[in-house]
Each structure stands twice: as C-alpha cells, then as structure tokens.
Design a protein around this ligand. Structure first.
Ligand code: NAD
Ligand code: UDP
Length: 315
C-alpha cells in the first residue's frame, strides 16, 4: 500500500474529472478514477494507463460503492453537465446528484476522508441578482426542463452540509461557472463545443435566442487550480469558481468566428426554456479565502481550445 495521499475522483473519464486526475497525479497523489462512461470517454484518461499511481474503476456511483484500502480525499464530479445531456438523461442526472452524492458521503464517513462536491452556477437558476455571490439563494424552476440538474445539485449541497453538521465530516462545495477547454466532448451541446465544431466544419453557428444572454467562460486550468486550493483549504461553505469576464453569447460566437477564420455565419435559433439571461460569478470569496483568481484570457483559452477541437475532428 502506498504512502501517498489517496484520492478518489468520480466522473474521471469526463472533461473536468480527467483534468483533476492529471492535477493530483502531478502533485504526487495516488489517484483512483471512477466512471460509468455515461457521457465520458476512455480517450480522456488513456494517457494515464501506464501510470502506476493511477487506477481506474468502472462503476455507476448511484449503486453501493465497495472500496478497499485507505482514502484521504474524494472529489465527486460524476454527473451529466451539458443541458442537452441532462435533458436526454433526466433520471440519471437526478440519481447521480442525489443517490450518488449520498453514497460518496457515506464512503467519506466510513473512510474518514475529506469530500469535495461539484456544484454549479445553476443553483442560482435564472438569477435576479447580478453578479451572483454565494449568499444569493437563486431563482430556480424546480419543474422546468433544467430542474432535474439544478435541484439535484441543490440537494447535493444540502445533504453535504447535513453530513458536515450532523456527522462532522470534512466537506467542501465548489460552485462551478461555465468552464471550457481541451477534452470537452465534440458537439456535447454546450455553446463552445458547438461553435468550435461548427466553425471548423464550415457549418452555421447556432446562436439561441437573439444571443444577448450572457455567460462568463473560465479556462479549465484556472478552474482546476481553484478546486485544488479549495480542497486543501479549511472552508466548508460553498465557493464560486469561475471567470468573471462576462460576454454575450453572440459576442462569444463572433470571437470563435474571428479566431477560427471560418466562413461560417451565425444563424439564430429558438431559445431553450428557462435559459438563464445572465451569469457572472462574484469571486470575492475565492480571492480572499483561496488567494485565487483566473489567469487565462479568453483569447488564449479559445486558441488552445480551437487547436484541440481541430485535432479531434481531424483524427
Ligand atoms: P462530463 O459530462 O464531461 O463528465 C461527467 C462524467 O461523469 C462523465 O465521464 C460521465 O460518464 C460520468 N458519470 C455520469 N454519471 C455517472 C454515474 N452515475 N457514475 C459514474 N460516473 C458517472 O461533464 P463535466 O463538464 O466534466 O462536469 C463534471 C462535473 O462538474 C459535473 O458534476 C458537473 O455538474 C460539474 N460542473 C461542470 C461545469 C462545466 O462548465 N463543465 C459547470 C458546472 C458544474
Ligand atoms: N447556446 C447557443 N448555441 C448553442 C448552444 C448553446 O446559443 O449551440 C446558448 C445557450 O442557450 C445558453 C448559452 O449558449 O444561453 C450557454 O449554453 P451552454 O449549453 O454552454 O451552458 P449553460 O450555461 O446554458 O448551462
């Protein structure tokens, strides 16, 4: 058995989970990745197959997790994350946020491990407060199409706090705002994978509504550093991690067109139900508590992401 700190990462074959595996391995941890490939891919972790500090377990975390050996940390990142994915898989989405989180909190208690859960800016719903600080309670439609994701994540936060308060386990809650970068699934339905793939393939760029809704896009390396610092901090209340540079979706589409030099044109399509009109993190807490703020400018992050999608689409 290794002397290294042992970390379990759920959702390890997904976009963020696979980057977390890299981060913890690079910092000298022993990493166990767990995933059932619902939306993830072995391609995201195949570079780790010969790493003796990495172990992979194919498992659905909504079922009982039988786990031998010590465990120091758990990062629970398993869940569909693209609106298209969770609209197609509403029950799996609710189960992984509720039953899956319950199982992992039980495992954390049994192993005396610290657990960090991946919450989201979606807990603020279509916000009436802008930008969103952590003490804003949100404006969520529980029975709308996005409710399956938003309410699962709100339940995740509530049960995590309950395990902290009732059982005294060490918990961390990160509220992640829109993040992008290499290893996002091509055409996973989120705005940036759609725009980059459409631009590269010379198809129309599909902007929903009139494109005046805003998002604030964070490059994946910045997010992963913020999560790492939060896990190692002593703060158990939710912390927003995201890039506060807000942009309209139409502007983001135009930036993609400019970077990719595509001849594709923007077409406007119907805005999905309950699509949040604005979104921008207030990161005062992350700055104060974690001494963290994002460093990668969108132009740089978009260039790296463009190169990634080009390489995947060519392969
Ligand atoms: P992703 O779809 O790329 O990865 C999710 C991974 O979870 C996939 O590999 C999938 O196969 C796995 N998974 C799903 N259900 C599972 C189950 N029952 N058992 C085991 N594995 C399961 O998504 P992502 O963008 O990497 O998001 C990861 C986490 O971060 C999610 O919890 C998501 O809600 C949260 N998050 C992401 C963003 C973002 O911008 N990417 C924003 C807010 C929150
Ligand atoms: N969007 C868009 N075109 C697309 C995909 C998404 O205009 O092809 C819009 C979507 O309606 C939303 C924003 O882009 O307003 C961000 O969508 P995404 O699915 O990336 O994540 P969300 O922030 O909505 O969870």
């Amino acid at each position: 058995m290794t002397d290294k700190k042992r970390v379990l990462i759920t959702g390890a074959a997904g976009f963020l989970g696979s980057h977390l595996c890299d981060k913890f391995l690079n910092h000298g941890y022993s990493v166990i990745g767990m995933d059932n490939f619902l939306t993830g891919s072995l391609d995201n972790i195949k570079h780790l197959s010969s790493n003796t500090d990495f172990e992979f377990i194919k498992h659905d975390v909504t079922g009982y997790i039988d786990f031998s050996g010590k465990l120091d940390y758990i990062l629970h990142f398993a869940s569909p994350a693209s609106p298209i994915d969770y609209l197609k898989m509403p029950i799996q989405t609710m189960k992984v946020g509720s039953l899956g989180t319950h199982n992992l909190l039980g495992l954390a208690k049994a192993k005396n491990a610290r657990i960090l859960v991946a919450s989201t800016s979606e807990v603020y719903g279509d916000p009436n407060v802008h930008p969103q600080p952590e003490d804003y309670w949100g404006n969520v439609n529980p029975i709308g199409p996005r409710g399956v994701y938003d309410e699962a994540k709100r339940f995740m936060e509530a049960i995590t706090m309950a395990y902290h308060n009732f059982h005294g386990i060490e918990t961390r809650i990160v509220r992640i705002f829109n993040t992008y970068g290499p290893r996002m699934r091509i055409k996973d339905g989120r705005a940036l994978p759609n725009f980059f793939c459409q631009a590269i393939e010379g198809q129309d760029i599909t902007v929903y509504g009139d494109g005046s809704q805003t998002r604030s896009f964070c490059f994946v390396d910045d997010l992963i550093e913020g999560i790492y610092r939060l896990l190692l901090s002593d703060y158990h209340y939710p912390v927003n991690i995201g890039n506060p540079h807000e942009v309209t979706i139409k502007e983001a589409a135009e930036e993609v067109i400019s970077i990719t030099k595509t001849s594709s044109k923007i077409v406007f399509q119907e805005l999905p139900t309950d699509d949040p009109k604005v979104r921008q993190p207030d990161i005062t807490k992350a700055k104060e508590i974690l001494d963290w703020s994002p460093e990668v400018h969108r132009s740089e992050g978009f260039r790296i992401t463009f190169d990634y999608f080009k390489s995947v689409l060519k392969a």
